[in-house]
Design a protein around this ligand. Sequence first.
Ligand SMILES: Nc1ncnc2c1ncn2[C@@H]1O[C@H](COP(=O)(O)OP(=O)(O)OP(=O)(O)O)[C@@H](O)[C@H]1O
Length: 250
Amino acid sequence: MSLLTTTGLEMRYGAIQALRGVDFDISAGELVALVGDNGAGKSTFVKALSGVIQPTGGTIACEGRPVTAHSPATARELGIETVYQDLGLCENLTVAENIYLGREPTRGWGPWRRVDRRRMAAEVAEVLGGLSVNVPSPDAKVARLSGGQRQAVAISRCRLWRRRLVLLDEPTAALGVQESERVVTTIGDLRGDGAAILLISHDIPMVMRLADRIVVLRKGAKAADVRADEVTEHDIVALITGAKEISDEP
Ligand SMILES: Nc1ncnc2c1ncn2[C@@H]1O[C@H](COP(=O)(O)OP(=O)(O)OP(=O)(O)O)[C@@H](O)[C@H]1O
């Protein structure tokens, strides 16, 4: 069964129709890439899934059950986590503090309740140890990390919290070749845990390499939903620009 489904999703910002009846589904362990030109509606779609905006039409269902009153809190309860381009990391906090932000484990109770720093350090070391990307130490300040290492921290947060669906908004946009490669490895680690991943990217070669399936948005509507091994890079570019149409579903 699909982990998450949208049916006829619509989003209207005043006169602008950002999403036009988008039908979408993703299953556990699947990596789906969402591609489209600037303004095609990709960020709007991710915001609707993460509960940041309320769609003006259509439905979202999780394991077949309709999600009503969707909000960032309900998304989190459902196991949906979004890693935005700016990563939402606090520069002045350490790697461990960032991974736990707002969800620190505690020990003791009542007035004796304290953040369990020892447990935090042990759990973070375990998660970071399981990553292919080298992050200096759980105690390192995020301000001192490279772009790729920061991505690794943001993605580690999803692994530690056993997120079921991770929405990655342009994870390699601001990175060099080597750093991008590291992030690709980290995405592989996350996928190895069985999480479903929705990857937004303008990097078509990377999308072709990583995705099981590619969904193309054009002017807010779904222009294609194809298996990555059944299309070429050229096909995807043509679908994004509108030079080619594919009507058959995978
Ligand atoms: N808060 C908003 N208010 C009004 N219009 C908006 C808002 N957010 C997005 N839009 C419009 O909705 C459309 C879709 O925008 P969206 O950001 O989802 O596209 P995108 O595919 O993510 O683009 P990009 O690749 O440039 O990030 C655009 O026409 C955009 O101008």
